[in-house]
Design a protein around this ligand. Structure first.
Ligand SMILES: Nc1ncnc2c1ncn2[C@@H]1O[C@H](COP(=O)(O)OP(=O)(O)O)[C@@H](O)[C@H]1O
Ligand SMILES: [Mg+2]
Length: 449
């Protein structure tokens, strides 16, 4: 089952529709490294006449020579491969003779090698491609560069006909990679890899969850031990301060003021660095639902669980990992892991609730020291949920619900019709609670949609 291609139905359909159109297309595909962009494109071009070119850090001349070969292959013309045609001239030939899909993968390497590359593309598009039937697909991992390519100041701005932001898979897809695991382990896996297919594939279901975590994250040779740093270095030249800020967030310093205090950087710096981290999708800025959007009540959170786990457990243990004190490291992770999973479970539960109820508005709510894991509004009814990564007794559950009912009065949903619910790893006496009108979901329900 490991070789199976998982999901991406929506993205494949959208791409194929564009490949079938009668006009030229300029499609921009981006998303973090390892999220599955290349696999998605290769899957989508199946059955279409296409050229796939993967740029790399070699010189521009070498990349160009490689591209010439690909164009020669597509057009069935050997002379092109031995020619000295430049980029724009090659695109002219493609526009004149080629219909089909032209994929340039890892475009940022070309832009790094030649800052004028976007202008070349613009020229090629305006002169030779826009009236052809070529589908030009530009793919890239460096979100910084890809967004600059799409921004107002870029020559390509306004010319694209489609853009696709490839996101990690959702928590419910984890099971397709690890069919032998239990729902509990699926969620734990999601808690360390997020929905990044490349990481999910590295899990070996013949090994336990903890054996995999040790092997993949917590040893010097582990592939995911160095990956986070690699990803950040790809985006930022000077990542040191970014590390401090992400560490602050990993240790629960999630408001602007707390991050300033923890890092000791001045406010302007923190503000700028947070913006950059949000831009590359390492973090997201969230506001409480049903409250006015003020910086004072904003929180900064990890955008994906791989970074969340890495900064919480790998980064602070690096010294020990380097000294091969693996026993101590795994102990530290195990002792704190359930607490860590609380947050992961809340985000998965929110995903589950959105999918199940299709609320009009919703999200986590907090104000003045009070907090509710999820509040949603639909058809004039407000839904309140607490999420617990634990197995609750009947009385424990009643306690949680009573406190939820008390807090719910502070939330300005604009309706008096209220429903209360609970999502926990397990709940004793679920039936009885449901008979009393509470909504109750357990871990298995999250995977049964
Ligand atoms: N939808 C998917 N289902 C299963 N495996 C996938 C999927 N998408 C990607 N992969 C695997 O994950 C790895 C990384 O994907 P890749 O497409 O190279 O990422 P990117 O191009 O975004 O860096 C590859 O081994 C690929 O086969
Ligand atoms: Mg790729």
């Amino acid at each position: 089952m490991m070789q199976q291609f998982v999901d991406r139905e929506y993205e494949i359909k959208a791409l194929r529709r564009a490949f079938e159109s009668e006009r030229a297309e300029l499609i921009v595909v981006y998303g973090r490294r390892r999220v599955g962009k290349t696999a998605l494109i290769l899957k989508s071009v199946e059955g279409f006449r296409h050229l796939y070119f993967l740029a790399d850090e070699r010189s521009e001349g070498e990349n160009l020579a490689e591209f010439r070969k690909k164009v020669a292959e597509l057009l069935g013309d050997d002379v092109i491969a031995r020619s000295d045609l430049d980029w724009v001239e090659l695109f002219r030939l493609l526009g004149e003779r080629g219909k089909g899909v032209v994929v340039i993968d890892e475009l940022p390497y070309l832009v790094e090698g030649n800052p004028a590359f976007p202008s070349l593309l613009q020229k090629a598009w305006d002169l030779h491609l826009q009236n052809s039937r070529v589908k030009l697909v530009l793919v890239g991992s460096s979100i910084g560069i890809m967004e600059r390519l799409l921004g107002h100041k870029s020559p390509l701005y306004g010319r694209r006909t489609m853009q696709l932001d490839v996101k990690p898979l959702r928590y419910w897809h984890v099971g397709e990679f690890l069919q032998g695991y239990s729902p509990e382990d699926w969620l734990r896996v999601y808690g360390v890899t997020d929905g990044i297919p490349a990481y999910l594939r590295q899990f070996d279901e013949r090994l336990s969850f903890w054996e995999n975590v040790e092997r993949l994250f917590l040893q010097k040779e582990s592939p995911l031990y160095t990956e986070a740093e690699f990803l950040l270095r790809q985006e930022f030249r000077e990542p040191a301060r970014y590390f401090s800020i992400l560490k602050a967030i990993a240790f629960g310093k999630t408001s602007f003021g707390e991050i300033v205090n923890f890092t000791g950087f001045d406010r302007g710096t923190v503000s700028r660095y947070l913006d950059n981290l949000a831009r590359i999708r390492a973090i997201t800025k969230v506001h409480p639902a049903f409250e006015p959007e003020k910086r004072r009540n904003a929180r900064y959170e990890f955008a994906d669980n791989y970074f969340r786990f890495w900064f919480r457990f790998v980064y602070p243990n690096r010294e020990r990992i380097e000294r091969e004190l693996y026993g101590e490291v795994i102990e530290d992770v195990k002792v704190n892991f359930d607490h860590y999973m609380g947050r992961v479970f809340e985000t998965a539960a929110a995903d589950f609730l959105w999918r199940k109820f299709a609320f009009e508005r919703g999200g986590r709510w907090w104000s003045r020291g009070e907090e509710i894991d999820f509040v949603g509004l639909k058809k004039g009814k407000a839904y309140f949920f607490e999420v617990k990564w634990s197995k609750l007794t009947y009385h424990g559950a009643r306690e949680v619900l009573r406190s939820l009912e008390r807090k719910a009065r502070y939330v300005r949903t604009g309706t008096k019709e209220m429903l209360f619910g609970l999502i926990a790893r397990g709940v004793e006496g679920r039936k009885k609670l449901e008979e009393r009108g509470f909504l109750v979901f357990e871990l298995d329900d999250l995977f049964a949609l």
